[in-house]
Design a binder for this molecule. Sequence first.
Ligand code: NAP
Length: 300
Amino acid sequence: MKILITGANGLLGQCLVRQAIAKNYKVAGIGKGPDRLLSANLEGYAYTELDITDGAALQNFILADQPDTIVHAAAMTQVDACELNKPECYNVNVTATRFLIGAAEEIRAKLIFLSTDFIFDGQKGPYGEEDEPSPVNYYGSAKLAAEKAVMESKLEWVIIRTALVYGISQTPGRRNIISLITQNLEASKPIRMVDDQWRTPTFVQDLAKGVLLVIEKNARGVFHLSGDQLTTPYDMAVAAAKFFGLDDSLIERVSSDELHQPAVRPPRTGFIIDKAKKTLGFEPVSLERGLQELYLDQRD
Ligand SMILES: NC(=O)c1ccc[n+]([C@@H]2O[C@H](COP(=O)([O-])OP(=O)(O)OC[C@H]3O[C@@H](n4cnc5c(N)ncnc54)[C@H](OP(=O)(O)O)[C@@H]3O)[C@@H](O)[C@H]2O)c1
């Protein structure tokens, strides 16, 4: 089985590449920048620098590579940047997804699309797969538009929605909640974390395992893959500081309004993951266990 992973340099991508290689899949990766897993010297892995908004280049690559399954994890993921640069967000998150669908249809590849809890308005989380989406910011609207394109395609498709993914990339990647906390507190810099947003944080290793379960079980449809504990970024930051032996008094509790972020955040999302547990055998670790694993990883 040949898997193509877009966004292979990202937080999920790096982890998924490693897990897929360990399962002896043949893996190709696409990213916008240079290969960030290069130093890992992974046998069976081929990386190509390719901008997915270049439809012709993407199509040529896919027709030549002939993957059986495409995991589409590449995205413009910075929520505020999406709000401030809507055309770019649309181009990367929607138009490029349409290019990918077109190419995948030509070779009849299966498509697994990574989506987000931000398609919901956050008024009544945690959400199940059948709940009605109603995004409150541009990033969420764009990801929902991409979901619709996937659902309307002629492909065999799976949409995996995930939430507040945490982990530490082996090689530097974009910041996520854990790297934000550890980098600031290690430098004795104060950080502000909101206590009025609720999420079910997702350990990146679990998410990667979930993607591979979707492939192994030949699943179809929409799946919510996250942890199953509802918590706030503030509480998560304090828990992480404790595990990493850092000074949690540097974490200031703030409300969403105080941050004046360009994009509105949905207050209470989080996922009900019963379908993934039952259909895929998806069993995420507790937040405490995820933090422990990260802590041990960092010491090794
Ligand atoms: N992280 C979360 O909390 C979270 C929550 C919900 C949903 N998701 C979804 O899960 C997926 C994976 O997220 P992640 O955290 O792994 O994201 P990430 O770390 O930001 O990685 C995204 C990757 O997309 C690549 N990319 C961006 N624009 C591209 C372009 N024009 N052409 C080719 N590649 C491009 C980037 O490549 P370079 O690094 O080479 O520039 C980057 O490595 C995304 O679809 C995201 O929407 C994430």
